[in-house]
Design a binder for this molecule. Structure first.
Ligand SMILES: *Cc1c(COP(=O)(O)O)cnc(C)c1O
Length: 427
């Protein structure tokens, strides 16, 4: 599939049936797999042979969909996880351990912020947050001897900052560590971070990839470009023997393109079990088949709503990288030439109270803790997804209390604008 364009990969990637096989990917709804001898199965347990033995670790349906996502991102290998949260946790914890340090953009999804700042901190992993707009020097200054990775979001949820991936990758690589990019909002249709130097890409497939609000899921993709063995001392988990697999060393046995996902599956999925179900993977794949068609419409609707809101006198600020004059317009032109996504953030003149009143008046656009599906929805992050953050942290994350995050779905843009217009008239 690698010679085909991304639109073709969306439809046919990851699975090529042979003579007489099902045209659509089969749902292998089986926890376990049968073997003729214990010896055959033993080889799987020892990672001496590839194959399936228990669906907590790997399942054929999930692997077909992961293979499609790897092709879409231009990666060497990928795995599905139960959620975007577990995808980000796995990607980071596959590299870091207790006593290590990470650097993350401060402009990230609230759930990821809690994961890093609270839960992973309890596990002994400290994080320094940097502005997504920091200079190379400021980013370099955040490094410590025990820094093991840098993390950011292509388009941050919900602040909609656009990350200068090339710059972050350069500084990370100068310090001998990988860059992890959460590419949930643009999807590989609109940006492929690996082409800009990212080493690992993550997704909440719950968003545009599924795209219908049907299945929670995540994915981790390895570019295969990071040379773990060249920085052996930093990455003992990948570069020294794993006692839980008879002393096998991932980076040696599976090479640059195989080590990361194999370790993530064999250790983290084995021990933590954050797996996606085959049924959900099937639903995700249905979404992927139309991802390229849907993203274009999400962008068209996002752009139209952003332009309408930007010209409205009750709105003080609109954030959308497709808007000329937006702080991230230039970075958007570079990384997102076909547009970013359908999510638009804006601030109402009256702040939090007016935001609540406005949202109540919407008829077509629903209030939901969700973004990025076919049906338009909106949310006030300060009172929902980001309510654990202090006012100071909200400010750092670029989320004022009166911010409304609007996710433009696939409806007719004229109907969306009419709905926004009538709700604005009520305040
Ligand atoms: C939603 C989201 C997540 C978390 O994903 P879940 O599937 O809800 O666990 C992570 N990163 C970003 C950018 C998100 O939008």
């Amino acid at each position: 599939m690698s010679n085909y364009k991304i639109n073709t990969k969306c439809v046919q990637g990851g699975y090529t049936p042979t003579n007489g096989e099902p045209r659509q990917i089969p749902i292998i709804q089986s926890t376990t797999f049968k073997y003729d001898t214990s010896e055959d199965m033993g080889k799987l347990f020892d990672l001496e042979a590839a194959g399936y033995f228990y669906s907590r670790l790997q399942n054929p349906t999930c692997d077909m969909v992961a293979a499609k996502i790897a092709e879409l991102e231009g990666g060497a290998a990928a795995m599905l996880t139960a959620s975007g949260q577990s995808a980000n946790f796995f990607a980071m914890f596959n590299i870091c351990e207790s006593g290590d340090h990470m650097i993350a953009s401060s402009s990230i999804y609230g759930g990821t912020f809690n994961l890093i700042a609270v839960t992973m901190k309890k596990m002994g992993i400290e994080t320094t947050f940097v502005s997504p707009d920091c200079t190379e020097e400021e980013l370099a200054a955040a490094f410590k001897d025990n820094t093991k990775l840098v993390f950011g979001e292509t388009i941050a949820n919900p602040a909609l900052t656009v990350l200068d991936i090339e710059k972050f990758a350069k500084v990370a690589h100068e310090h001998g560590v990988p860059l992890i990019i959460d590419n949930t909002f643009p999807t590989p249709v609109n940006c492929r971070p690996i082409e800009w130097g990212a080493d690992i890409v993550t997704h909440s497939t719950t968003k545009y990839m599924d795209g219908h609000g049907s299945a929670v899921g995540g994915a981790v993709i390895d570019s295969g470009n990071f040379d773990w063995m060249a920085h052996k001392e930093k990455f003992p988990g990948l570069c020294t023997p794993d006692e839980s697999y008879h002393g096998l060393t991932y980076a040696e046995k599976f090479g640059q393109g195989g080590a990361f996902i194999t370790k993530c599956t064999a250790q983290l999925m084995r021990d933590l079990g954050c797996k996606q179900s085959p049924n959900d993977a099937f639903i995700l794949n249905l979404g992927l088949e139309s991802l390229h068609v849907r993203m274009a419409r999400h962008v068209e609707n996002g752009q139209a709503c952003a332009e309408f809101l930007n010209s409205h006198d009750k709105i003080t600020k609109v954030s959308y990288s497709g808007l000329k004059g937006d702080k991230y317009y230039e970075l958007g032109q570079k990384y997102l030439p076909n547009g970013g996504c359908g999510v638009v953030s804006f601030e109402l003149k009256g702040g939090r109270a007016e935001a609540e009143k406005f949202m109540k008046a919407l008829k077509l656009i629903a209030i939901e803790t969700h973004v990025a599906d076919a049906r338009s929805c909106c949310l006030n992050p300060a009172t929902s997804t980001h309510r654990q953050l202090t006012d100071e942290q909200l400010k750092d994350a670029g989320i004022p209390a009166g911010l409304v995050r609007l996710s433009c779905g696939l409806e007719d843009k004229e109907d969306l604008i009419k709905d926004l217009e009538q709700a604005l008239a009520t305040i």
